[in-house]
Design a protein around this ligand. Structure first.
Ligand SMILES: C[S@@+](CC[C@H](N)C(=O)[O-])C[C@H]1O[C@@H](n2cnc3c(N)ncnc32)[C@H](O)[C@@H]1O
Length: 248
C-alpha cells in the first residue's frame, strides 16, 4: 500500500550552483565600484562630497548585502521553500513526476528521493545565465551523488513545447524557471503545456518570484481546481510564492 508522505527528504549531497550568476556578478562589481568611489570622494574636502561618499558607501553595502542574500538563497533558503513545494505535490512512490526547468536538479532529485518504482523527469534548455554551470551532465552527476540516478531522466526541451503525451505525469514541479520566458503569451504556452501533460487528479506546484498571480489565473483558465497562491517566503531572495493546483 502506498502512503502519501508529509515529511520529505530533500537532495543534500549534490552541488546545485548559484541562481542568476550574472546578477550576482554585476551586483558584486557595482558594490566594489561604489566603495572605491566612496573612498575617492571622501578625500575631497566639503560637506557635499562627504555626504556623497556616505551615499556611495551605503550603496556598496546594499549591493553586497543583496549578493549575500542571493547566494544564501540558492544554497540554503531554497531548501526551506522546496519542502513547501513538496508538501503541495504529495508525491507517491510509484508516481511519474516532471520538473520543468530542472537546472542542476535540486528539485528534481528531491522529488526522486520520494520515489521507489516511479520516475522523475527533468526538462531544461540549460541556460548558464539562469544557473551557474548548468548542463544535463552536471544534473546526472548530481543524481548519481544523491543515489537517485536509476529514477531520473533529463531531456533537452523547452517548457513551451513539452515532448510528452497528454496526461503523462502524476505531479509537475517548476522552480524559478517560467519567469525566464519574457513574453506573457509564451508563458501562457508553458502553463498550457504543463496542464496538458498532467494526469487527471495530478498536482502542479510552481515556485517563482514573479508572475505568480498570472500563473494562478492561467491555471484556473486551463481548468485546474483548488488553485492557491501561498504566502510569500522570505527564506529566498528575491522572496517567492508557490502556486499550486489540481487537474480534475
Ligand atoms: C534559476 S534556474 C532554476 C533551476 C532549478 N529549477 C532550481 O530551482 O534549482 C532556472 C532554470 O530554468 C531554465 N529555463 C529557462 N527558460 C526555460 C525554458 N523556456 N524552458 C525550459 N527551461 C528553461 C534555465 O535553463 C534554468 O535551468
Amino acid at each position: 500500500m502506498e502512503v502519501s508522505k508529509f515529511t520529505y527528504e530533500l537532495a543534500n549531497k549534490g552541488n546545485y550552483g548559484i541562481d542568476a550568476p550574472p546578477v550576482v556578478r554585476n551586483l558584486s562589481l557595482i558594490g566594489i565600484l561604489l566603495i572605491i568611489a566612496a573612498g575617492i570622494v571622501f578625500s575631497i574636502n566639503g560637506i557635499v562630497w562627504r555626504i556623497l561618499s556616505i551615499l556611495f558607501l551605503l550603496g556598496g553595502i546594499v549591493c553586497f548585502a543583496e549578493v549575500i542574500m542571493m547566494v544564501w538563497s540558492s544554497k540554503k533558503g531554497k531548501r526551506h521553500v522546496v519542502k513547501k513545494l513538496m508538501e503541495q505535490l504529495r508525491v507517491k512512490e510509484s508516481d511519474t513526476v516532471l520538473d520543468v526547468g530542472c537546472g542542476r536538479g535540486f528539485v528534481l532529485h528531491s522529488l526522486a528521493k520520494q520515489l521507489s518504482s516511479g520516475k522523475a523527469i527533468g526538462i531544461d534548455i540549460w541556460n548558464t545565465s539562469d544557473q551557474s554551470g548548468n548542463s544535463p551532465e552536471i544534473t546526472l552527476q548530481n543524481a548519481e551523488t544523491e543515489g537517485v540516478k536509476d529514477r531520473v531522466d533529463v531531456i533537452d526541451a523547452d517548457a513551451r513545447a513539452l515532448p510528452f503525451e497528454p496526461n503523462t505525469f502524476d505531479a509537475i514541479a517548476s522552480s524559478l524557471a517560467i519567469h525566464n520566458i519574457a513574453d506573457r503569451k509564451e508563458r501562457q504556452k508553458a502553463i498550457n503545456e504543463i496542464v496538458r501533460v498532467l494526469k487527471t487528479n495530478g498536482r502542479v506546484a510552481i515556485l517563482d518570484f514573479q508572475y505568480v498571480a498570472e500563473y494562478a489565473q492561467m491555471l484556473e483558465k486551463a481548468g485546474l481546481t483548488d488553485v492557491k497562491i501561498s504566502k510569500m517566503y522570505f527564506a529566498m531572495f528575491p522572496p517567492v510564492r508557490i502556486v499550486s493546483g489540481i487537474k480534475k
